[in-house]
Structure formats: structure tokens, C-alpha cells
Design a protein around this ligand. Sequence first.
Ligand code: SF4
Length: 468
Amino acid sequence: MARLRCWNHGIRLEHWQTELTDAGFSCIFCYNGVAMRVGVISLGCAKNLVDTEWLLGLLKENEIEVVTSWKAADAVIINTCGFIESAKSEAIDTILEAAEYKSKGLQKLIVMGCLSQRYKPQLEEELPEVDRFIAISEYGNLGPILTEVLGVPVHQSYGKQTRVLSGKPWMAYLRIADGCDNRCSYCAIPLIRGDFVSAPMEEIIAEAKELAGQGVRELNLIAQDSSRYGIDRYGKLMLSELLKQLDAIEGVHWIRILYLYPDEIPDDLIDTMKSCRHVLPYFDIPIQHGNDRLLQAMHRRGNRALIKDRCQKLRQVFDRPVLRTTLIAGFPGETLEEHEDNLSLLKEIEWDHLGVFAYSKEEDTPAFDLEDDVPEEEKIRRRDELMEAQSAISHKLLSSTIGTTMEVLVEREDALTGMAVGRSYMQAPDNVDGETRFRPLRPHAPGEFVQVRIKRVSGLNLIGEEIV
Ligand code: SF4
């Protein structure tokens, strides 16, 4: 009689070693986790990264080894982004690259995240190499799904186990809500992530305390719209209350909020941020445009006057607040005059940091049916014009920090120059705002805070020296 092989590990089996599952014969290694090695790839934004870190926690609790090389992996799980065209292409390329390893020993390929949520039926048809696409709406059932596909028991529900930080152990993203109710006309996020749902405050606080206990010193609060926190769950905006409680957690030194909507930055939130010891005066406010007709066409609340008012208020209340935004260039119907408005608001407000996206239409969004009438090269020209104007503004504002002393969170040492490299409060951890490089007085462990006198500016980077 022919010897049986484990469907999962390819091991030849004795009769007593086998167990018949729906998928085939499984070996003892399938059931004790020893032989299952999983590679995990996280694409997309910080919100997706948090999901990946929960997944890593789930794998760890089930003693499934996570490996970092394709060759060493029995299975690969890719957490995808499906927000815009370039993100979708990156996800498909990564899936195809992983699929090549199926002829070289990779046994299971799983794709989760936004791309799966958005296109699951089409993907199942077009990419049969993938063993399972897991939509975001299935995350509550992640344990049983992974058990079925990987052939090893994966206990506990998704999100109920400890997170494993995948990056720097002194910094963590803290997701306070998911989904979005805003329905901006160009944006596919509500289609993917659904309606806005705030996490219960007690769960956020418990997670923050756990992270602080693990040595996290910097918390970066994220959501699709952080300023809306609480409205669905408590019937009112509760970001102020949340900040007060987070501010009191021992060990957390910096709290930064990302993704504020301009019409949801009331005076009481500003006052709370001012009074909290650890909340940074860092305001990430994606406004998308500086012209009122375009803001309306984008289904954005508020207008140019409100945006200016909020930014002025922030500069009145805080000593040196950091203002960051994103803009869209070449939205359907954008005239040259309206583009000039985008440019002039940027110059009037003088953002510290700016990102500009050339508009690209996304299927199933309200703007998809609008005539995409700004030629591609003109969109790029407008984007570049906005970025060029910003470059001079950023340089001017950054130069105004020369001679000042800043607290810097050390992250690494540049082996070539011996300089320490870290971030000041002006620099979020998402590689957009540059970094701070300085000559240290002594070696520093990553995660330490030190005082640095700023001496000069290089691009978006601050250069300085440590002071006692
Ligand atoms: S606020 Fe607008 S742009 Fe942001 S996620 Fe919601 S719908 Fe998209």
C-alpha cells in the first residue's frame, strides 16, 4: 500500500501518525505548531499595520513561528491595501511574487486586508494560486479560517490577544476607530472599511497601558477620522476625554494624533491638548483643497475660511505647533483659477509638511462618474507646483528652529557618520516629515529622549548636537 503524505508538510506518514481532515491527511507537526512557519507581509497604511500586529499576536499565542524569509516559510500571509491604483498594483505584484514560491516549497498563500475586502470574488477567480482571501469583515472569524487553511489549530478570536509590535518597540500606533462616515466623493475607504466605529474607551486605555508596560514611549493615535472619536458610541465627540485619560498613563511620554478633520477641531479639544503634558502640538489635518467649490464637489465639510480660522487659532494657542496636510491636484473640473486657490491657501497658511496627490479616479466612488478632464500631465504639473511652493515654506519654517533646543527620541545610530538619528515632536514616524540627526555626547539606546540644539537644516531633516 502506498505511504500517505501530510498534505501540509509533505511528510511521509505512518498510519498512526495521520488524521484525516477536510483538506487531506495531516501530520503530528500540523497539530503542535512545531513545523509551521509563517511569513507575514504588511502593505499599506498604519491602520493596516495594526491589523498585522494583531495577527502576529494571534500567531504567537498559538506558537506558530513567524519567519522573515520566503524560503523558510511554509505559508505566507499578505495583508494588503486596496485604497488607490498604485496600492492595488503593489499588492498584486507582491501576491504574484509569493505565488512563485509555491513551486519551491511554499504550501499556503493567504491574502487578507483591504484588497480582499474590496475585490474578493474577482480575486478568487483570477488568482487561483491564493489558497484563501480573507475579507476584513471576516476578521472576527480569523482563528477558525486560519485553522482550516494552515491545518494547525489557531485558537482565540482576532483582536482578543496581545499585539506584537512589528517595528520599533518604543513606538506604537493606537487605533481608536475604524471606518468612515464622511463619504468624500473621491475616497474608497468607506467602501472597504465600512461606517465609522469608535473603539470603547476602556479598551483603548487598556491597550495603551499594556503598550506602555511593554516599553512604548510614543503613542500615535490613528483612525480614518480621529477627531470624530466617540460620536457613534457616546453620542458626542470624545477625543478630549480620551486624551486626558491617555495623558495620565505612566510611561507614555509622547502622544500624537493623526488624521484630524478640519471642522472637528473645537476650542475645547485645543484647550485639552494644550493642558495635557504629553500630547504633542502636532496637527495632521488633511484638507484636500483650498477652493470652496472644489471642497463641495469633494463632499468635504467646511470651507477655506474655516480651515484658515482653525490654523490661526492653533498658532495663537501653541508656541510652535506643527501643521501638516494633504492636497489633491487635478480633481475633475478643477480650473486653473481653482488650482491657484489651492496654491494661495497653502501659502497663506504655511503648512510645515505637505503631501500632494495627483487625482486618480477610483471605481465605485461618487467622483468616478465625473469627467476626469484635467490631463494627466497637467495634474502632475499642478502637483509639482504645489510641492515646489511648499518646499520653500518648509525650509523657512524649519530654519526658524535653528538655535532652539528640542527633545529628540533616539531611534538609531548612523554607523557611517557616528551621528545619532531620531525624531523631534515635529516629525511623525511615517517617514514623511524627515528626521533629526545629531552629534551625541555619549552612546544612547534607541528609545531614549535627549536634548538637542538645532544647528542647521538639510532638506526636511534637522541637524544638531546634544546638550546637557
Ligand atoms: S474623511 Fe474622506 S478622505 Fe478621509 S477616509 Fe473618510 S471618506 Fe476618505
